[in-house]
Ligand binder design. Structure first.
Ligand SMILES: [Zn+2]
Length: 304
């Protein structure tokens, strides 16, 4: 093969291993049980073992493979299956750069950034990574010891209801499921999150007016009515994701919202409620690793 010399040189992350890309479907050796994806579009042969994986992902994430499989579009939004293949393969063959790139991609969806998470726009229907994929992300984070992914990935698992034990289908047909220890963590965290949701809401709408209140009697009454009306929002109390803003939710819902009364308070009190809304959610965010039963050094270090 004309370029086999160059390929040998490029395969520097694993000496004595020669990688070759072959046509899809070619078979001459032993298929790797873990890294053989039916819709993969490149077959790599390392010694006698064959891997069928995703050409674009490899080219994008690994300088070693870039020359072999060619350029990869920046717009690609790889699926959980592709990312899982990259991380498991990279981990198995100690290609740290490739693992780090794939982990960085996962962090876009299972972020440690409060503002990004609380905006609640990460797992929309057109997103390549859905909430249920959090189960796979937890398992990958455990595999490569990347604890910063765990708080939001486990939190997303808490939002799955019964699906938390069903998991999701991997490409080989097997189910990706949480380890029982992590199911236990989510079970315990659900209770903590429900408690936090209650405390957080009571504090945000506490009928204690602001220092600069223009009409204390009126504002105290309005805040009291707001707090009473929040009791009708049972669906919101049942949600494990306590990081969605009450104020933004009310503003989006318009004049029929239960907490719309708050917007009739004086400006000073409205600002006070907005500050409480942010402060209280941030307080819980900072405690999220502890709530989820994991340890993450430097969590929320850059939060206000
Ligand atoms: Zn006021």
């Amino acid at each position: 093969m004309a370029s086999s010399k160059r390929r040998r040189k490029d395969s520097s992350t694993r000496e004595n291993t020669e990688f070759e890309s072959t046509a899809k479907g070619t078979s001459s050796g032993n298929r790797d049980g873990e890294f053989w994806f039916e819709d993969g579009n490149v077959v790599l042969i390392a010694r006698n073992c064959e891997f069928r994986i995703f050409k674009g992902i490899l080219a994008h994430h690994s300088p070693v493979f870039h020359d072999i499989v060619g350029p990869f579009t920046q717009k690609a939004r790889p699926s959980i299956h592709a990312i899982s293949a990259i991380i498991r393969l990279g981990h198995k063959y100690q290609m740290q750069h490739m693992v780090a790139q794939a982990v960085r991609y996962l962090k876009r969806w299972f972020t440690s950034d409060f503002a990004v998470w609380s905006a609640g726009k990460l797992h929309l229907p057109d997103a390549p990574l859905k909430r249920v994929h959090a189960i796979g992300v937890v398992n990958l984070a455990r595999l490569v010891d990347e604890p910063s992914l765990l708080p939001t990935a486990l939190l997303a698992c808490c939002l799955l209801d019964a699906q938390i034990v069903q998991g999701f289908a991997r490409e080989d047909g097997a189910r990706e499921r949480l380890a029982l220890d992590d199911v236990g963590r989510c079970f315990a965290a659900r209770t903590r999150l429900a408690e936090e949701a209650l405390v957080l809401t009571l504090r945000i709408f506490s009928p204690e007016v602001s220092d600069g209140c223009a009409d204390p009697q009126m504002c105290e009454m309005l805040l009291g009515q707001t707090l009473a009306s929040v009791a009708h929002e049972q669906r919101d109390f049942a949600r494990a994701d306590v990081f969605t803003s009450w104020v933004d939710r009310a503003a989006d819902a318009g004049p029929l919202s239960c907490v719309d009364l708050m917007f009739q308070c004086c400006n000073s009190c409205q600002e006070m409620v907005k500050e409480r809304d942010l402060e209280e959610r941030l307080r819980v965010w900072k405690a999220l690793p502890e709530i989820m039963g994991v340890r993450v050094d430097g969590w929320a270090a850059s939060s206000p």
